[in-house]
Design a protein around this ligand. Structure first.
Ligand code: WQD
Length: 339
């Protein structure tokens, strides 16, 4: 099977834009669709600056079936990558219905319409959050799954929906990618993470403190059972992550089926190590204070990357240095994001 044209649903977002760049670099034709609910059309202009290609971009709300049907009537799509989800854990606890409706319905609508076209190839952005509170490390793909907040449950339920779909109609080809902690930006500094409001995640928070938008970072707990007491995560450069999607599509072309892979580096880095690397490599200061643990956080979390390496032939190339350098390059050149 040959995949030519790829739909990137949620293509104007942080991971979507980086994936558009890597897909073009690998010779795929790309179509972007986004409702710009949490992203900016400017991001697609930046993708054009990087690649020299103007990606056809459609304003589509994937929760509206008619809009998805209209999109597929206009574009002959061979495969889709689904990034069109809400992603803030805290918000999902406060607004569970919004999360279930948006994240599940957007995927269901996409699959409904793709099923009718007969081009049944989909890559789904899942998350390491589906491993719940497992303390078996490194986390491999066979670790039992569970979820402890509505956001995590949407990821888990969509995985299950896609598994059922493949079971019912085995001409559905599904790649589930379980991301660890995506950070960094394209080395051009033209695209990067642009969270709305106060960032929830560590790296954009550090970057906004360094650029002077926020006063200081709060480090959530230094009494974990880790070398320096702060949380340990598997941070992965967004360009490596984007390349993981290309590898997944290639794998589906060669060997159709239902596949699940971790996308991480296999290395743990603590919060304090990240702050130190950011300061030293970028020559900036990131003031912080230690505060209480954040409810729902685990101490340590990192991936087993063997399966992705073996089956997808994909392995992260970038380390901590590139992660902090490229984050700062993006943040310092775009202190207010795409505004
Ligand atoms: C990393 C470490 C914090 C912010 C979450 C979701 C997950 C996925 C990615 C997303 C932890 C510490 C953080 C701060 C801090 N979902 N921290 N001060 O929690 O591993 O994963 O984001 O789209 O589902 O759960 O990532 O970046 O929030 O935290 O000390 O201001 O940094 O306690 O140890 P997390 P994170």
């Amino acid at each position: 099977m040959k995949i030519r044209k790829v739909l990137v649903a949620g293509g104007a977002g942080y991971i979507g834009t980086h994936t558009c760049v890597e897909l073009l670099a690998e010779g795929f034709e790309v179509v972007c669709a986004d409702n710009f609910n949490n992203s900016s059309p400017t991001a697609m202009d930046r993708v054009e600056q990087i690649t020299g290609v103007k990606i056809p971009t459609h304003e589509v709300d994937f929760c509206d079936l008619t809009q998805v049907e209209e999109l597929f009537a206009k574009e002959e799509i061979d495969a889709a990558i689904h990034f069109a989800g809400h992603k803030a854990v805290g918000e999902s606890v406060e607004m569970p219905l919004m999360y279930y409706e948006n994240n599940l319905l957007s995927m269901i609508n996409l699959c409904k319409v793709m099923g009718r076209t007969g081009r049944k190839n989909v890559v789904f952005s899942s998350s390491a959050t589906v491993y719940g509170f497992s303390d078996k490390l490194p986390l491999d793909e066979d670790t039992p799954t569970s979820a402890y907040n509505p956001y995590g449950r949407t990821k888990l339920y969509i995985e299950e929906i896609l598994k059922d779909l493949h079971h019912a109609e085995n001409d559905w080809n599904v790649s589930i990618l379980r991301y660890f902690n995506p950070v960094g930006a394209h080395p051009s500094g033209l695209i990067g993470e642009n969270p709305a409001g106060i960032p929830n995640n560590l790296m954009p928070y550090i970057a906004q403190v360094a650029v002077g938008r926020l006063e200081k970072l709060r480090v959530f707990g230094n009494d974990y059972d880790t070398p320096d007491g702060t949380g340990v995560r598997d941070f992965i450069h967004v360009v490596d992550l984007a390349k993981g999607h290309v590898a997944a599509l290639r794998k589906l072309e060669e060997e159709p089926g239902y596949i699940v892979h971790n996308i991480g580096t296999g290395n743990g880095c603590s919060v304090l190590e990240m702050i130190k690397a950011f300061e030293e490599i970028n020559g900036v200061s990131v003031p912080y204070e230690i505060v209480a643990r954040r409810p729902g956080d685990v101490g340590t979390n990192y991936a087993s990357t063997d399966k992705a390496e073996k089956e997808l032939g994909w392995k992260a190339q970038f380390g901590l240095e590139e992660m902090v350098r490229d984050t700062w390059n993006w943040q310092s050149k775009n202190p207010n994001g795409y505004e």
